[in-house]
Design a protein around this ligand. Sequence first.
Ligand code: C5P
Length: 227
Amino acid sequence: MALVPAAGRGLRMGGHIPKQFLTLGGRPILAQSLTVLQASPVIHEIILAVPQSERQYCLDHIVATGDFPKVTKVVPGGEQRQDSVRHALAEVDPETEIVLVHDAVRPFLTDTMIREVVEAAVKHGAAIIALPMRDTVKYVGAGGVIERTVDRRPLWLAQTPQAFRREWLEEGHRKGLLGGVQATDDAHLIEMLGKPVVVVEGSGENIKVTRPEDLVIGEAILRSRTA
Ligand code: C5P
């Protein structure tokens, strides 16, 4: 079971088309992400959360193409990403063991990432694709002045896909909502339960298409994959 939050407004991208509907290689970014999930043998069903205003567009241009028969539901997203995931999670069959969450705006996920993160979640309960920090990290204080250099060795950058035992994800979202937490990923909600979340090393190609320059990088990644 995969949940795909695709209900962001993409404000950092400029313009007024939400970034998940912008195209890379002539196809919407959302369609690229769905193609990989659709092809994965470990994913049987996909629930999409989209902006209410784009729901019809999605039904016509994504679902009606027939390319993604695993997409069984398209739910309206919420104000924050966490709300969108919660809306999609509410539609999950209670028999489901593992729920994978993947941001629509990361179209370069791979089948290997999906398999490895699900395997790790089956074993440990919760797992995320992440990248070890490679740059030197500065803690910057008032006036843009560096206060100190942070030890980067234990630092990782969280990506999606992320996979969780369904009950853990439901409990995390329930408590997160009650506690007024606004998490930018689902692992954060599981960490707050005091449960272990393991990292599975991902790839620098698994970029989040957030800024205009990411489209240029994305086109280059696509070209290198099809070369
Ligand atoms: O906002 P951010 O760049 O972290 O978005 C990550 C993912 O969450 C994107 O796929 C975006 O469409 C989705 N999102 C959502 N609902 C929101 C905000 C973001 O589904 N309210």
